[in-house]
Each structure stands twice: as structure tokens, then as C-alpha cells.
Design a protein around this ligand. Structure first.
Ligand code: COA
Length: 377
């Protein structure tokens, strides 16, 4: 059958209805739970964003505190999960492997619960899994989660045992809100496929972490940070970009499959990073990043005049996460901490009106073969 019958990569194929988020790649707009991203990201706590995704409305003050406390009460992981994370750290496995192992073990020591309770538990333990793994990697004992801290602040606290200041917690919270959901991206799709078989949300989270791990999906901000640091030290963004392009390398943090304009998440993260760095961070580092962005966009325009290659979400993710104190090795896992909220909301949405997701394929193999016994082949 002709190749043209195949939607490679399922591009342009609609397989779900969702009220969770909407992307307009031509206009560069992203709506989350009915709010333009810019309206939500810098105002909401991560708990408010989760409530919005779960309930399709904002909570009042009492509902918000109940929701926050409910989530905070589910942060503990068992000794068995800790032992797995210790092994992962001792064997130098990447953070995403540790997160996948921890996610898979999430229901050890848990009674049977309903999908919504399991979904909340998955979201609640992700920071604990990542921070526990990180502490072991540093040769330190894990820091117990604190129920009185918000999701973002508690994650930072568990990484180094220091309660973050409000600017750090707010910076991370803006990031968590910004990347929580993004249409039917690959990891969200894989989560929906898993629950569509009437499997469970812990299995869905495990599959989604595995999907996010791939460099085509979640892996760019680490290399972006290396570029930013190199340019900051050399003070020569033009030379750096030209050298990369001459070597046939891609400039990380630019270009996108869906957006043909600047990724709207870049604007939100750039303002958050600017505020953070100018209120006591290394303001010169942020200015160098802005200059590098300008130079890179211009160089890419010259390099590929027929293709608009604009700044994507990963560029200022690198600057912001670095600023608030997330180690580079945890960037993709921190993306997973945020996106777990979107995955779980999508799973619950899928279950509301489930139909098994089961696409078809065109067979291009041979046919009519006859069997030859092994000693005659
Ligand atoms: N730097 C240099 N050239 C780039 C580029 C970049 N960041 N992004 C795309 N291009 C070039 C490609 O080399 C290709 O050129 P060719 O036609 O001569 O082969 C052309 O632009 C089209 O690229 P393509 O891979 O078809 O675009 P895509 O829509 O499939 O890819 C990305 C989107 C994000 C994978 C791609 O832009 C990229 O690799 N960016 C860098 C990595 C990154 O920042 N990833 C995070 C994404 S959120």
C-alpha cells in the first residue's frame, strides 16, 4: 500500500478531545485550562494549576488549602523505593532512569485506591523520588519531605535541606505551571494509551516517564545550559553560533515541530528568569543569555531562510532552572515533575469517556510464504 496512506508520527491526526490545553502553533498561543499561559503561569501556585486541571475551575482559599495538604500528605516513599533509588544512584544511572524506576514502584506499600487518589500520589511523590536519588548521588542521606511547604518549595528543600527563599520557590513554580501540559505531546499520548486499556495510572506514569526521557522530547535544556555558560565565559556569541552551524550542529533551544513563531512558553520563562536574575541573581548571566538568543535567531534566519527557527521553551528553561538551583542533571526529571500533573489529568479525562486507543498499520511485508524445516534452510 502507498506510503501516503500512513500519517508518519501521527502528525495532524486528532485522537482525543481535551479541555486541558490548546496550542496554536501559527499564532504562538498556549491556553491551559482556559487561561492564556501568561495569565496563569506567574500567578498560580502549582497546586492551583493542578486543581484547575483536575476540576476545570480555580479553588477558593479553603479548597486550595485542603488540596495542598492532601497532596503534601502523600509525599512519603517507602524504604523499598528508597533502596531502588540508592542502587540507581550508586550505579550512576541518569535521573530519568531513577524516576522511571521510582514511578514504577509507586504503589508498593499502598492499599487499593481509586484512580484520582493514585493520580495525586504519583504527582506528590515525583519530587521525593528525584530528590532522594539526587541526595544519594551526592553521597548524602535523603531529606524527608515537609508537609508545610508548597510542592515547588518542598522539592527545592529536599534537594539540599535548605528552605528556599520565596523568589526561588516562585521561579520554580512559574516553570512548573508553564510546562505542565502541552496538547497531545508524545509522553501524554503514551499515558493516555496505557489507561485506555483500563490499566492503571501508575503504569501510565511509568510509560510517560520513559517517553519523556528521549532527547527528541525532554532532553534539550541541559545542553542549552552548556551553551549559555560557554558564551558567558567567552563573551563571543557570534563566533560560538557560527562555529556550531559550520560544524553542521543544531543550535539547542531553537526550532519547534508545532510553533512557527517564538514559543509562548519562552516569553513567560524569560520574564520569570529576568525577574529572578535581576532581583539578586547574576544579572550579567541573564543579559548574556538574551544577547545569545538574539544572535542565534538572526544566524538561524540566515542559515535557513525558508524555515522560521525561533526560540523554544528549553532556552529559558535552562536559565531559570539553573538560577533557582536545580542541578543540570535533573532538568529533564524536573520537567517530568511538572508534566506528571498533565499526564495524570489526561488519564482521568481519558477514563471519563474511554475508548481503547488502537490505531492501525499498513502491512508491507511478504505474503504466501511456505514453511521450510530448519535443516533444509
Ligand atoms: N539549529 C540549526 N538548524 C536547525 C535547527 C536548529 N535548532 N532546528 C531545525 N534546523 C534545521 C534542520 O537541520 C533542518 O534542515 P535541513 O532541512 O537542511 O535538514 C530544518 O531546519 C528543518 O528541521 P526539522 O528537523 O525538520 O524540524 P522539526 O520540526 O522536525 O524539528 C526540533 C524540531 C525541535 C527537533 C528542531 O528544531 C531541533 O532539533 N531543535 C534543537 C533541539 C531543541 O531545542 N529541542 C527542544 C524542542 S522543544
Amino acid at each position: 500500500m502507498a506510503d501516503s496512506d500512513v500519517a508518519r508520527g501521527l502528525e495532524g491526526i486528532t485522537v482525543a478531545e481535551t479541555r486541558l490545553s490548546d496550542i496554536d502553533g501559527e499564532q504562538g498561543e498556549l491556553v491551559i485550562g482556559g487561561f492564556p499561559l501568561g495569565e496563569l503561569a506567574g500567578n498560580a501556585t502549582y497546586e492551583e494549576t493542578l486543581f484547575l486541571l483536575f476540576e476545570d475551575r480555580l479553588p477558593d482559599a479553603e479548597e486550595l488549602e485542603d488540596f495542598r495538604a492532601d497532596l503534601a500528605g502523600r509525599r512519603e516513599i517507602s524504604d523499598e523505593v528508597r533502596a531502588v533509588l540508592r542502587q540507581a544512584a550508586e550505579q550512576d544511572k541518569p535521573a530519568m532512569d531513577a524516576l522511571r524506576m521510582g514511578a514504577a514502584a509507586a504503589n508498593l506499600d499502598q492499599g487499593e485506591e481509586d484512580p484520582e487518589a493514585d493520580a495525586k500520589r504519583v504527582i506528590a511523590i515525583f519530587p521525593t523520588i528525584v530528590a532522594t536519588y539526587w541526595r544519594y548521588r551526592q553521597g548524602e542521606e535523603p531529606v524527608e519531605p515537609r508537609e508545610d511547604l508548597r510542592h515547588a518549595a518542598n522539592y527545592l528543600y529536599m534537594l539540599d535541606g535548605e528552605v528556599p527563599d520565596e523568589a526561588e520557590a516562585r521561579g520554580l513554580e512559574t516553570y512548573l505551571n508553564t510546562v505542565v501540559d502541552h496538547g497531545l505531546n508524545a509522553s501524554t499520548f503514551s499515558a493516555r494509551v496505557v489507561v485506555s486499556t483500563e490499566s492503571d495510572v501508575v503504569s501510565a506514569a511509568t510509560a510517560a516517564v520513559g517517553t519523556l526521557k528521549g532527547p527528541l522530547h525532554g532532553g534539550a535544556p541541559g545542553p542549552v545550559l552548556e551553551d549559555l555558560q560557554a558564551v558567558y565565559e567567552s563573551g563571543d556569541p557570534e563566533g560560538y553560533v557560527q562555529q556550531k552551524l559550520e560544524n553542521g550542529e543544531r543550535i539547542m533551544g531553537f526550532g519547534h515541530r508545532v510553533y512557527r513563531v517564538r514559543d509562548p512558553r519562552a516569553a513567560v520563562l524569560s520574564s520569570a528568569a529576568e525577574q529572578f536574575y535581576q532581583d539578586g541573581g547574576d544579572a550579567a548571566f541573564f543579559e548574556a543569555a538574551e544577547e545569545y538568543e538574539e544572535v542565534a535567531v538572526a544566524a538561524l534566519e540566515e542559515h535557513k531562510p525558508d524555515r522560521r527557527l525561533e526560540t523554544n521553551v528549553e532556552f529559558y528553561t535552562a536559565a531559570l532552572l539553573h538560577g533557582v538551583g536545580i542541578p543540570r542533571q535533573l532538568f529533564t526529571a524536573t520537567f517530568g515533575i511538572s508534566r506528571s500533573g498533565g499526564w495524570m489529568a489526561h488519564c482521568l479525562e481519558q477514563l471519563e469517556d474511554n475508548r481503547l486507543i488502537r490505531p492501525s498499520s499498513n502491512y508491507v511485508g511478504d505474503s504466501g510464504r511456505t514453511w521450510t524445516p530448519v535443516d533444509e534452510r
